[in-house]
Structure formats: structure tokens, C-alpha cells
Design a protein around this ligand. Structure first.
Ligand code: TEU
Length: 542
């Protein structure tokens, strides 16, 4: 199970990319229309968030039919046209498989509710709930109709966890994966896949909302091996990525080491919790740079030594924009955006770009709670009020943390609604689109820098394949690492601060050459002054 490590993935949130019908919702034809733009950027594969029929309680992560297209997004013919058009341009597709849970409107759940024991065994039903907390707030169990039993929902109560212990469930899920594979997709992103393995006996767990009781359970690895064998395992070049909630390096090595035959790579989220106070999302805190470095180094070195493979990213549809979190955007948006890009695109793993990142898009900073629609944000807002926060305090936290931050319409141009739709967008456009949009940024600094990073990964094996080791570990401002392949070495320096930083270059690199920098006119000498948010990569042959 090998895949091409030179490839770069671009994530599209279909609902917000490009609307061609005027219904305010992005669609597959919109994606087809934008493929030449993505070709120009240079990416190889597009990960699409769910576009299947769904009551949309969790924006499509509550699937009611796994093998059809939600009419808001188009038809199966559109889907096939999208795959075929992509293939002509050398762009493949990765689909989002949400196999830990399905919508309570799915016919399996409906039949179970109607009393069919065959389908009741598709879900996790118990007489007594455990004390686990749902990821979207409240207890993770809800009454199962009038039976007196409870069903497990680790997410919203309209997302019922599936019982992977049941072989009939696994068979149905593997058939779904094969259905899409046969349509010509070349990758899958498996939603919260490290939560699928539930123990036979479920126990109360007061630590960390109950997570240890259902996260990374050993049987999960068995299920992944089974899925690999039954579906994508024999396909050369298939790209699979597991979204791993609250995971460990040890498990991610097991999930992704090639000889294990589980998955190609894994997303983890530890580095995106460095601005959480006491590990809690719904708080406000400055980001802890030392902790970010520590995590990047531990994961970079650990995965490198263990032969695991990371999916590298800062942004996705669940995260506020990294620019808002880590950069002085008032003064250094372009410098910060390009430095962040270099810090992962030159690292070891497969880089993921979230739509709009390549033009330096920002959070919308909406003025009113009424503008937010995400189920998690709405629940969190009410929980914060119940806990005694004022409306202003709770709103400030939602503004900074809501998942809607990244789900706003893609900013194509300066026309109304950012050129996303001629109708009314399902989620309001951000405030900055008249200035920050594809038309202006294509000739700006950020988009061309991403193009160059993508090109370098394709042409330089040291970037795609080299080992990773930490450098300048003790520095207070620089996140730095070295890549190594054969006799070549590459030093990547990233200044995470809005000020100049001086450093001594190891003699080895003083006669190296600059591979890429986000500032012009840099030269190499024994002492280097990095500019605010400067990224600088120095290559040494032999
Ligand atoms: O997310 C899983 C997950 O645990 C988080 O990223 C979650 O959204 C976040 O921690 C909340 O603070 C995946 C999907 O990416 C997300 O959009 C879905 O809502 C979720 O699974 C359920 O399917």
C-alpha cells in the first residue's frame, strides 16, 4: 500500500465553494468550474466534505443515504462529470466517509426504531447509559424511542454511533466504500475513525469526558485492517487518511506504518489546542509557541522514527483560521500566511490546504450570534450562558472558536457575497472579501508562494521523503527542523513572531543555498537576521 508522497491535497467544503444555481449552496458544478484554478495552484487531490443526503443537523456529517448525492449539490451525473474532468487535469478526489455514525433519519435507524432486531443490532443500545459526554455537549446517550433503552451518540443526538462489532454493519460500510471506489475516487478521509472500536462492555469513565473509554481501543486496528483488505488495500496509490480524535503517536504509527496495512496517514489535532486554556476549547488564550514547537518536534521525530506518516495541516472546516490564531494579521498577514505554509509544506508528511488558505482568508468576525449556524457553536453558546458567562463573554468566545469561521463562502472576487453566489448564501460572507479574494491574491504574495512550495515538493525528493529532526529546539521565536535524505540536508527556519530575530547558523549551512524564502534579498551568513514571520529554507548538498 504505497502512495505518492509528492502529492498535495486541497480540501473543499462543497457547501461554501461555488454556487452555480443561485440557491445559496455551493455545488458540484461549481467545483468543476474551479478545477482549472486548482490545476494552476498545482494540487493533486481534492478532499470533499460530505455531499450525501442528510438532514444537515451537522452539515452533512449526519448521513441518511451513503450512496447518493444531496440534490442541493447536484446529481450523480454531475459527480461523474467532476471525476472525469478532474482526471483530464490530473486531479483526483478523496471522499469523506463518516462511518462511526449515521443520521437517525437513515433507514437503518428508522427500522431499528420500528422494532426490527436485525437493525437494532446496527447501533449501540444499552439499558443504562454511561457517564460519557457528547462532543457537542450533554450526555452521549439518548432514549431509544419508547423501548426504555438508550443509544450512543458521541456527537449530536441525531448522529447514532454504529456497532462495528456486528459483521453485517461492517459489510454494509465496506460496500459503501467500494461503491465510491468504483466510481473512480482515489482516496478517502475517514471521519473520527479511531472511535469506531467500542468495547463489548462499556464502562463509566470520569477522565476527560469519558474519551479514554472509547478512543483508540485496540480493536480499532483490527477493523481498519479488515476495511483495508475488503476495499482499497489492493489499489496502488490510493490515499487514505484517518481523522484521529485525541490520539497518541504510538497509535498513529500503528494506524499508518505501511506494513500494518491500515491507513496511509493520520490527522491529529494536538497542535491546534495550543490556544486552549486548560485543554478546553471554549476559552480564550494566547497561543503557547513553546508547546506548538514541542508538539511538532515530538510528532515529527516520533512518526519519522516509527515509519508512520502525518497529514500536515493548520486549517480545516472545524477550525478557526490559523492566521487569526497565530499571526499578527493587522501588520503581517501575507508574511504570516506564507511562513505558516512553509512550516508544514517543507515538513515530513502530506500537506493539506484548506480552501481559501492559499489566498490568506480570515475569520469573518460576525457582529451577531444570529449569524452563526453550526450546531456545536449554538450548543456551546447556551452551555456557556448556563455556566454563568455573560452574553458578551460567550459571544467573544464563539467569534474566536466557532467552526463557522472556516465555513464562510470562498472569496473569489470583490462582487457581492464574494462571488460565491448570485443568491443569498447559506452562511454570510466574511467582511474582508473586497480586499482578500482570488482575483487580487493571485498576483499577490500568498498564492504564488503556495505554487512554489507545491512545485518544490514534486521536484525534490528530500521534501517528499526525507527524515525529520528538530533544530534550534531552545529558541524562543523560531520553529526549525532539518530534513535529511542521502547526503542532502535541508534546514527550515520559521520565525513565528512579528519582530526580527537573530540566529547563529551552523557552519554546515553557511555555504548552503537558499531554496525558498518569503522575503526577497536574503543572504546566508554566519549570523542571520530573520524578518518578522520570515520562513527560510537552506539546502546543503553533501
Ligand atoms: O470531527 C471530529 C471532531 O472530533 C472534531 O474535529 C470536532 O468537530 C471538534 O472537536 C469540535 O470541537 C469530525 C468532522 O470533521 C466534524 O465536522 C463532524 O462534526 C464530526 O466529525 C462528527 O461527524
Amino acid at each position: 500500500m504505497t502512495f505518492d508522497k509528492r502529492k498535495v491535497v486541497y480540501q473543499i467544503y462543497p457547501k461554501s465553494y461555488k454556487d452555480t444555481t443561485g440557491n445559496g449552496v455551493g455545488d458540484l458544478q461549481g467545483i468543476i468550474q474551479k478545477l482549472p484554478y486548482l490545476k494552476e495552484l498545482g494540487i493533486d487531490m481534492i478532499w470533499l466534505n460530505p455531499f450525501y443526503p442528510s438532514p444537515q443537523h451537522d452539515n452533512g456529517y449526519d448521513i441518511s443515504d451513503y450512496t447518493a448525492i444531496n440534490p442541493d449539490f447536484g446529481t450523480m451525473a454531475d459527480f461523474e462529470e467532476m471525476i472525469a474532468t478532474g482526471q483530464k487535469l490530473g486531479i483526483d478526489f478523496m471522499l469523506d466517509m463518516v462511518l462511526n455514525h449515521c443520521s437517525t433519519e437513515h433507514e437503518w435507524f428508522q427500522k431499528a426504531l420500528a422494532g426490527d432486531p436485525y437493525y437494532q443490532d446496527f447501533f449501540i443500545l444499552r439499558d443504562q447509559p454511561t457517564d460519557w459526554v457528547s462532543k457537542f455537549g450533554g450526555n452521549a446517550w439518548a432514549p431509544f424511542g419508547t423501548t426504555g433503552k438508550y443509544y450512543l451518540h458521541l456527537f449530536d443526538k441525531t448522529q447514532a454511533d454504529l456497532n462495528w462489532r456486528n459483521p453485517h454493519v461492517r459489510k454494509e460500510l465496506f460496500n459503501i466504500v467500494n461503491f465510491w471506489k468504483e466510481k473512480g475516487v482515489k482516496g478517502f478521509r475517514f471521519d473520527v475513525i479511531n472511535l469506531i472500536g467500542k468495547d463489548e462492555v462499556l464502562k463509566d469513565c470520569s477522565i476527560n469526558d469519558g474519551k479514554p473509554a472509547y478512543t483508540d481501543r485496540p480493536i480499532t486496528h483490527d477493523y481498519l485492517k479488515m476495511m483495508n483488505q475488503a476495499t482499497f488495500g489492493t489499489e496502488y496509490g490510493f490515499m487514505t487518511v484517518g481523522e484521529m480524535s485525541a490520539t497518541t503517536i504510538e497509535n498513529c504509527i500503528l494506524y499508518t506504518a505501511p506494513d500494518r496495512k491500515e491507513l496511509a496517514m493520520a490527522f491529529n489535532f494536538h497542535h491546534l489546542k495550543v490556544d486552549y486554556k486548560d485543554g478546553k476549547k471554549w476559552t480564550l488564550a494566547d497561543f503557547d509557541f513553546q508547546e506548538l514547537k514541542r508538539l511538532f518536534h515530538t510528532w515529527g521525530e516520533g512518526m519519522s522514527e516509527g515509519n508512520g506518516w502525518n497529514a500536515l495541516f493548520y486549517n480545516n472546516h472545524d477550525q478557526p483560521r490559523a492566521l487569526n490564531r497565530f499571526v499578527d494579521i493587522k501588520n503581517f498577514r501575507s508574511e504570516g500566511a506564507t511562513m505558516l505554509a512553509a512550516s508544514i509544506h517543507l515538513s515530513r508528511g502530506t500537506p493539506y490546504i484548506y480552501m481559501g488558505e492559499e489566498i490568506g482568508m480570515l475569520d469573518p468576525d460576525y457582529d451577531s450570534m444570529a449569524d452563526y449556524v453550526d450546531v456545536e457553536s449554538l450548543n456551546a453558546y447556551h452551555i456557556m450562558l448556563d455556566e454563568g458567562k455573560t452574553a458578551e463573554e460567550a459571544f467573544a468566545i464563539i467569534q474566536a472558536k466557532s467552526r463557522d469561521n472556516s465555513r464562510i463562502p470562498m472569496q473569489w472576487d470583490a462582487s457581492e457575497h464574494a462571488g460565491f453566489t448570485t443568491g443569498t448564501p447559506w452562511l454570510k460572507a466574511g467582511k474582508t472579501y473586497r480586499k482578500i479574494n482570488v482575483e487580487t491574491e493571485k498576483n499577490g504574495r500568498i498564492f504564488p508562494f503556495y505554487q512554489e512550495l507545491i512545485r518544490l515538493r514534486k521536484t525534490m525528493p528530500i521534501i517528499a521523503e526525507g527524515d525529520y529532526s528538530a533544530a534550534y529546539k531552545e529558541d524562543k521565536h523560531i520553529y526549525a527542523f532539518e530534513r535529511r535524505l542521502g547526503k542532502q540536508t535541508l534546514l527550515v527556519l520559521n520565525n513565528f513572531f512579528a519582530k526580527e530575530v537573530e540566529l547563529e547558523l551552523a557552519p554546515h549551512y553557511v555555504d548552503g543555498k537558499i531554496l525558498i524564502s518569503n522575503y526577497p534579498d536574503t543572504s546566508i551568513s554566519k549570523t542571520i537576521t530573520l524578518q518578522p514571520y520570515q520562513a527560510l529554507a537552506i539546502l546543503k548538498e553533501g
